[in-house]
Ligand binder design. Structure first.
Ligand SMILES: Nc1ncnc2c1ncn2[C@@H]1O[C@H](COP(=O)(O)OP(=O)(O)OP(=O)(O)O)[C@@H](O)[C@H]1O
Ligand SMILES: [Mg+2]
Length: 241
């Protein structure tokens, strides 16, 4: 489903990723681990077509994802319907006047009629248990409430791949447990999960595979999640624990 070959990415002269090779199959649940600045968020942005490799290639379901490819509106819509991104900072993804319109935005972009849109929005409000936020202004919500709305927005398009950048940040313990169970349910229903995290406690049971980045901005381990988590020497060496 996702094939990344010899990818490099730099922000001006700042190397963020180097020599990245990665294959991800449909239905996997993957944790991206590694110290601050090692390249996890950059990889998620590349996978979502927000950034493009300076070198190497990224293929999604066999199609090379490039700026040119995504300038094709029809392809871009299809791509963004298939893969959703929950940003670390929810503020950057909320811009509508109220929560209803925020969640409706994606489905409307995809050309659904208002009856279908309303059903999608209500389903997502129910799933995230945020019905009472329906007519609130996203801007004025708390950090955790914003996060839930951002997740609802992504789920409103029913994507095949759900990517999350440190989703547990700023959530209270109950909401973390709720989100953990939601991610597990989504994965069980066949969704591919790719998620960066520094949090081990609240993600227990989500992941089957771990991809570990080093300070050198490359992948130093790609292994069964449990094996990585049980390898204390490795985790300390790489500043993960
Ligand atoms: N917009 C930017 N401009 C310049 N450099 C950037 C930018 N964003 C990230 N970087 C640099 O790219 C490298 C990788 O950053 P990235 O955000 O991908 O790390 P990360 O693994 O997500 O870290 P964290 O755990 O702190 O979220 C870092 O050296 C960072 O300073
Ligand atoms: Mg990051």
């Amino acid at each position: 489903m996702i094939d990344i070959t010899n990818v490099e990415y730099s922000y001006n002269n700042n190397i963020a990723l180097t020599n990245i090779n990665l294959h991800i199959d449909k239905g996997e649940s993957i944790a991206l681990l590694g110290p601050n600045g090692s390249g996890k968020s950059t990889l998620l942005k590349l996978i979502n077509g927000i950034l493009f490799p300076n070198k190497g290639e990224y293929k999604f379901e066999g199609t090379n994802i490039t700026k040119k490819q995504l300038s094709n509106i029809k392809f871009s819509k299809l791509f963004h319907k298939k893969i959703g991104f929950i940003f670390q900072n929810s503020e950057t993804q909320l811009f509508c006047a109220n929560v209803y319109d925020e969640i409706a935005f994606g489905p409307r972009q995809m050309g659904m009629n208002e009856t279908q849109v309303e059903k999608r929005v209500n389903d997502c409000l129910d799933l995230l248990e945020i019905n009472e936020l329906k007519y609130r202004q996203p801007y004025n919500l708390s950090g955790g409430e914003k996060k839930k709305v951002a997740i609802a927005c992504v789920l409103s398009l029913n994507p095949d791949v759900i990517t999350l950048d440190e989703p547990m940040n700023s959530l209270d313990p109950k909401t973390k447990r709720f989100l953990k169970n939601l991610i597990i349910k989504l994965n069980e229903s066949g969704k591919t999960i790719i998620c960066s995290t520094h949090d081990f406690e609240y993600v227990d049971g989500i992941f089957k595979r771990a991809i570990v980045f080093s300070n050198e901005h490359t992948i130093v381990r790609d292994d069964v999640y449990k094996n990585v988590l049980n390898d204390d020497n490795f985790l300390y060496e790489h500043n993960i624990k």
